[in-house]
Design a protein around this ligand. Structure first.
Ligand SMILES: Cc1cc2nc3c(=O)[nH]c(=O)nc-3n(C[C@H](O)[C@H](O)[C@H](O)COP(=O)(O)OP(=O)(O)OC[C@H]3O[C@@H](n4cnc5c(N)ncnc54)[C@H](O)[C@@H]3O)c2cc1C
Length: 372
């Protein structure tokens, strides 16, 4: 089966990996270079930030993230030589209002990743000796990890580029589907070239609403900008991830520490601005004041594919038999990535799905004519 995938972020690349590993031939298209958009810009926490604030459908997919990335890392690194560093740091959450709901959530779900405990005073400062003395209580999630997402993407691209059944078409913006009845015959790029395949996947992240007009659907995905700044500290300097008031610190093994992130609805704008950067810095230094001794080595912004409730669209599109969706992962596309791609592959190849697909169905997309 030959499949064309539009979009080479984590959603498109993991879909490609799943499909080629099950015998399919894949052509991957990106309007830019592969693996440079939200999937590169993200922080890489392998869990929703406050899981209890998200619909169950998000947490169900996210819970597969860490174990599946461990498996992919072992599978790919022997071919690519790239370790994408699943860093088991645990996470401290300082938001007092979330303590009781977080502890109750853990009791309800019993997932190792959601295991947490209340830690105070000396015990807290032993877990992380860099946090501010002002902070005396937190809930601690010892099993939470982060992934070095730019390396994940490099690994996926390297592996797939070497694969005999994969072709990349970068700097190829796909602008329309050539439809006949309830099938897509081919896709057409901006320069007028047609590409044929048997099946087509939309994995276009924050750009997914582009398809609304042609498919006569309301695709409620919009870009939501997030800014990050990056410190360089000595290796293994900050022991845990930290979170307070929806701002976080993510340590990498080599001492890079990501501070983020903002949430702004400003269209397809990836410019950083001083006010937002100052606000991120203020929140992060309130958690770990000593960070101010170290240099900020990079700053950037990315566009999350914002969808209602953050529940992605995965499965067959409503009107076309051979058009499929894997988009709309909002703030959790990295941790939901492996399960999303596996679910899509299982639906496409008529295999038994790892989770009930109903919550992710594209039947949630309204026809444009249904909107008042
Ligand atoms: C600041 C920030 C922090 C984040 N932190 C985390 C986190 O800690 N954990 C987590 O799980 N998630 C996190 N996320 C969210 C996560 O990064 C996204 O949900 C995920 O990367 C979305 O992946 P995607 O492949 O769907 O989209 P993208 O990575 O944006 O890829 C979409 C691709 O489609 C291409 N494309 C679009 N339209 C076309 C077209 N017409 N033709 C050809 N190509 C096209 C684009 O060029 C792009 O390469 C964060 C995001 C941001 C911005």
């Amino acid at each position: 089966m030959h499949i064309a995938i539009i979009g080479a972020g984590v959603s498109g690349l993991l879909s490609a990996l799943e499909l080629v590993e099950h015998g399919c031939t894949v052509s991957i298209f990106d309007q830019s270079q592969a693996g440079q958009a939200a999937s590169w810009a993200g922080g890489g926490i392998l869990s929703p930030m406050y899981p209890w604030r998200y619909p169950e459908a998000v947490n169900i997919l996210a819970q597969y993230g860490k174990a599946e990335y461990q498996r992919y890392n072992a599978q790919l690194s022997s071919r690519t030589g790239i370790d994408f560093e699943i860093h088991n740091t645990g996470m401290l959450i300082f938001d007092q209002d979330d303590f009781s709901v977080g502890l109750a959530y853990k009791d309800r779900y019993q997932e190792p990743m959601q295991h947490c405990e209340l830690v105070e005073g000396t015990e807290l400062h032993q877990i992380n000796n860099k946090i501010s003395p002002q902070l005396q209580r937190a809930i601690y999630f010892p099993e939470l990890s982060n992934i070095r997402n730019p390396r994940l993407l490099k690994s996926l691209i390297t592996y797939l580029t070497q694969h005999p059944r994969v072709t990349f078409h970068t700097e190829k913006q796909i602008v329309k589907f050539n439809l006949k009845g309830n099938r897509v015959q081919s896709i057409c790029s901006q320069d007028g070239t047609k590409f044929h395949a048997e099946h087509f996947i939309i994995a276009t992240g924050a750009w997914s609403a582009h398809w609304s007009t042609q498919l006569n659907l309301n695709i409620p995905v919009e870009p939501v900008q997030g800014q990050i700044l990056l410190f360089k500290t000595p290796a293994q300097w900050l022991p845990t991830m930290c979170m307070n008031e929806v701002m976080y610190l993510i340590p990498r093994p080599d001492g890079h520490v990501l501070c983020g992130s903002s949430v702004q609805h400003c269209g397809f704008n990836t410019q950083i601005d001083q006010t937002t950067q100052d606000n991120i810095l203020k929140h992060c230094l309130a958690m770990v004041p000593e960070l101010s001794q170290f240099p900020i080595v990079k700053r950037w912004a990315g566009l999350r594919p914002g969808s209602p409730d953050g529940v992605p669209y995965i499965g067959q599109m409503p009107e076309q038999d051979n058009l499929w969706a894997n988009f709309g992962h909002y703030r959790n596309g990295l941790c939901m990535g492996p399960a999303s791609a596996q679910l899509l592959r299982q639906l496409m190849l008529k295999q038994s799905p790892i989770v009930d697909a109903t919550a992710y169905s594209t039947a949630r997309l309204q026809k444009s004519s249904q909107i008042a």
